[in-house]
Each structure stands twice: as structure tokens, then as C-alpha cells.
Design a protein around this ligand. Structure first.
Ligand code: MG
Length: 170
């Protein structure tokens, strides 16, 4: 099978007294994203990109915010579960590229650590994941520091024959 690709996008409002966590990495910030889960826009965008590449719908199909089971769930857990879903279908992520849009805090200093953490959660080499960070030049809700967003593109490929495995736990 040739590689298939998918795209993802996510945005969360920023409010005081919420932790700012991207792929399990805590970012020092007086504001954090608000949402039903841990509101990690990067993990959510990557999950949507992977589900899209695999033809498996979107994050709301699998982890609906109407389900109390997912309340406060870390983005890394959604990443692990998504990698497990792919694996059970004989697929694995072969590459992920993502861009973060955030005015404050500046995310540039964290992008490498976040990319490595994202790769760990997906069970793929760190070299297969790239994370970029941009500001919005002060424009719009993101530029005014009221929201953080992420977009992602992911490619999936087939696992080697006999290499199918269950979801990663832990
Ligand atoms: Mg989200």
C-alpha cells in the first residue's frame, strides 16, 4: 500500500489556572487550554491526522467529549489509543509534522521536547516527528493570547507482515 496521509486541526481557548500540556510536556504558563479532556490541541490535531490517514473518522467518533470516560484524559492517552487502533488494522504512523499557533507562552523552546514526547506516545522514532511553532503576529484570537491551535499532517504505512500488535499500554 502506498503511504496514506491525513490532516488535523484543533483549537482551544486559554484560561487562567489550567495546566498547559502538549504531548505530556508541561509548559510554564499562567494560562492553559480549556476543554473536556486535557485540551492538548497538538495531540488532538495529530490524532485527527492519523485517523484521517487510516480512514477511521475523527477524534469525536472515538473519544467524544459527551463521554465522561474521557474527562481530563491526557492527549498522550489518545495518541496511544490511536496508535493501537492503527496497529490492529495493520497500520503504523510513518511520519508526523505539526505546527503550533500560540502567542503566549512562546512555544519555540519546547518544540523538540514535545516532538520527542509525541513520538514516544505513538511508539515511533523521534526522527519521524517534527513540531513547529509560530505566533500570529498579534492578530485574531490566537494573536491576542486567547487561544492556542495546532495543525498536523500524518502519513501511515502498513506494518510488516507478522508485526501486528495490540495497543501500547502505559
Ligand atoms: Mg481538542
Amino acid at each position: 500500500m502506498p503511504p496514506r496521509v491525513g490532516i488535523g486541526f484543533d483549537l482551544h481557548r486559554l484560561t487562567p489556572r489550567r495546566p498547559f500540556v502538549l504531548a505530556g510536556i508541561r509548559i510554564p504558563s499562567p494560562l492553559g487550554p480549556v476543554g473536556h479532556s486535557d485540551a492538548d490541541p497538538l495531540s488532538h490535531a495529530v490524532v485527527d491526522a492519523l485517523l484521517g490517514a487510516a480512514g477511521l473518522g475523527d477524534i469525536g467518533d472515538h473519544f467524544p467529549d459527551s463521554d465522561p470516560r474521557w474527562k481530563g484524559t491526557p492527549g498522550t492517552e489518545f495518541l496511544r489509543r490511536t496508535a493501537g487502533m492503527l496497529s490492529r488494522r495493520g497500520l503504523k504512523p510513518s511520519g508526523v509534522d505539526a505546527t503550533l499557533f500560540c502567542e503566549r507562552p512562546r512555544l519555540g523552546p519546547y518544540k523538540r521536547a514535545v516532538a520527542s514526547a509525541l513520538a514516544r506516545a505513538l511508539g515511533i522514532p523521534a526522527s519521524s516527528v517534527n513540531v513547529k511553532a509560530k505566533t500570529m503576529e498579534g492578530l485574531g484570537p490566537i494573536g491576542q493570547g486567547r487561544a492556542v491551535a495546532a495543525q498536523a499532517i500524518a502519513a501511515v504505512t502498513t506494518l510488516r507482515r507478522g508485526a501486528r500488535r495490540g495497543p501500547r499500554r502505559g
